[in-house]
Design a protein around this ligand. Structure first.
Ligand SMILES: Cc1cc2nc3c(=O)[nH]c(=O)nc-3n(C[C@H](O)[C@H](O)[C@H](O)COP(=O)(O)O)c2cc1C
Length: 357
C-alpha cells in the first residue's frame, strides 16, 4: 500500500522542483527514477514498490487480449526514450506507455517548450517529439524484455519524424514498430500530437484507414513469426468534432484496430488563469477534463461495444480515475496529474479503487 509518508515527501520537494524550468524538473525526476531502476539486485525497484505501489489482485483488468495488474497507466510523453519503464511499473502503474518514439533521433522544437500553469493544474507543451530514435529506445527496453515489475504492461507509442512528409508517414510508423514490437505488449499509432505539422491530418478517414491498415498488416506478418499478437491502438485528439470522431471510428473498424486512446492534448484554450496560458502548444491537465470525458462518452456510446477505449486527459487524481472508469473506459492514463501529484499517483488511485469495492 502506498506510504502516506512517501506521498507527503513529494509535497515537500515539489516547490523546489516547480522553481526549476519545467523540462529541467522533468529531466531530474526521470534521472532519479532511472537511478533507482539501476541499483543492483533490484533494490531500488523493490524500494519504490514498497513506498508507492498498491498491489491488489482485485484491480486486474483484461483489455484487448492483455492482462493489466491495475487500470492506472502512465500516458505517453513522460518517458519518451524509455529511460525508466521499470521504475514507473514499480511505483504502481499497471501500464507504461513509452514514446512517442520516432524512427530516427530528432531534437524536437526549440526550448523552452514545456510550461506549467500552476493556477490551472495544467501544462502547455510544444515538444515536437524530441526522440533519441528507435535504436536508443530498443537499447533501453532490452533489459526488461522478460517483463516489468508487478506485471505492468509495456506499450510503445509510434510517431513520425518531422522531416518525413505526411504522405510517407506510414513508413516511419512501420519502422518504429519493426524496431520495437518484440519488446512491447501493445503499440499506439499517435496521430494526435499538435506539435508536428500535418500530423493531425492523419486522423482523416482515408489517411487513417491507409496508415492503420499498413501497421495492422505489419503486425499480422510478425504475429505468425513471433507467435504473439500485439494489439494496435489509435490515439486521437480532443479537438475533433463529431464527424471527425466518426471518421476515426470508421477507419479503426475498417483497419481492424484493437482500441482507442482518448485523448491527447488540446489546442483549445478554455478560460485559464496562469501567465503561461498564452504559450502555443497542447494544453493538458484539469482544463482538459470535461472535453476528454465528453469524447470518451461519445466513443463508448458509438463504438465501445467493439472498440475498448483508454481514457486520458485531465485525470488528476483518484476521483478522476474512478469517474473515467465509470464512464466506460477500460483503462486510464495520466501525465499532468503525475507531475502535480507525484510518484504516489498510481498507488493512491489504486488504493481508492480497492477501498470502493
Ligand atoms: C509535456 C508533454 C509531452 C507529451 N508527449 C506526448 C507524446 O510524445 N506522445 C503522445 O501520444 N502524447 C504525448 N502527450 C500527451 C499525453 O500523453 C496525454 O494524452 C495528455 O497530456 C492528456 O493527459 P493529461 O491531462 O493527463 O496530461 C504529452 C503531454 C505532455 C504534457
Amino acid at each position: 500500500m502506498a506510504s502516506p509518508f512517501a506521498v507527503a515527501a513529494y509535497g515537500a520537494v515539489r516547490p523546489w522542483l516547480f522553481s526549476l524550468p519545467a523540462e529541467d524538473a522533468h529531466r531530474l525526476g526521470l534521472q532519479a527514477l532511472r537511478l533507482a531502476q539501476r541499483l543492483p539486485l533490484g533494490l531500488g525497484l523493490a524500494m519504490l514498490d514498497r513506498l508507492f505501489a498498491t498491489r491488489d489482485p482485485s484491480l486486474a483488468v483484461e483489455a484487448f487480449g492483455l492482462r493489466f495488474p491495475n487500470p492506472v497507466g502512465l500516458a505517453a510523453g513522460l518517458d519518451k526514450d524509455a529511460d525508466a519503464p521499470a521504475a514507473f511499473a514499480a511505483i504502481g502503474f499497471g501500464m507504461v506507455e513509452v514514446g512517442t518514439v520516432t524512427p530516427r533521433a530528432q531534437p524536437g522544437n526549440a526550448k523552452p517548450r514545456m510550461f506549467r500553469l500552476p493556477e490551472d493544474d495544467a501544462l502547455v507543451n510544444r515538444m515536437g517529439f524530441p526522440s533519441g530514435g528507435a535504436t536508443l529506445a530498443r537499447n533501453h527496453l532490452w533489459p526488461w524484455r522478460h517483463g516489468l515489475p508487478g506485471g505492468a504492461v509495456l506499450g510503445i507509442n509510434l510517431g513520425k519524424n518531422a522531416a518525413t512528409p505526411v504522405e510517407e508517414a506510414a513508413r516511419d510508423y512501420v519502422a518504429t514498430f519493426d524496431a520495437l514490437h518484440d519488446l512491447a505488449r501493445y503499440a499506439v499509432i499517435n496521430v494526435s500530437s499538435p506539435n508536428t505539422p500535418g500530423l493531425r491530418a492523419l486522423q482523416s478517414r482515408d489517411n487513417l484507414t491507409r496508415l492503420a491498415s499498413t501497421v495492422v498488416a505489419r503486425r499480422d506478418l510478425v504475429r505468425s513469426r513471433m507467435g504473439r499478437r500485439i494489439p494496435i491502438l489509435v490515439k486521437l485528439a480532443p479537438d475533433l468534432d463529431e464527424p471527425g470522431l466518426a471518421d476515426v471510428v470508421g477507419a479503426a473498424f475498417d483497419a481492424g484496430i484493437d482500441g482507442l486512446i482518448a485523448t491527447n492534448t488540446t489546442l483549445a484554450r478554455p478560460a485559464l488563469r496562469s501567465t503561461n496560458s498564452h504559450e502555443t502548444g497542447g494544453l493538458s491537465g484539469a482544463p482538459l477534463r470535461d472535453r476528454a470525458t465528453q469524447v470518451l462518452r461519445w466513443l463508448v456510446r458509438e463504438a465501445g461495444a467493439r472498440l475498448p477505449v483508454v481514457a486520458a486527459g485531465g485525470i488528476m487524481g483518484p476521483d478522476d480515475v474512478a469517474a473515467r472508469l465509470d464512464a466506460g473506459a477500460v483503462l486510464v492514463q495520466a501525465y499532468t496529474g503525475v507531475v502535480y501529484r507525484g510518484p504516489g499517483f498510481a498507488g493512491e488511485a489504486c488504493a481508492a479503487l480497492v477501498a470502493r469495492r
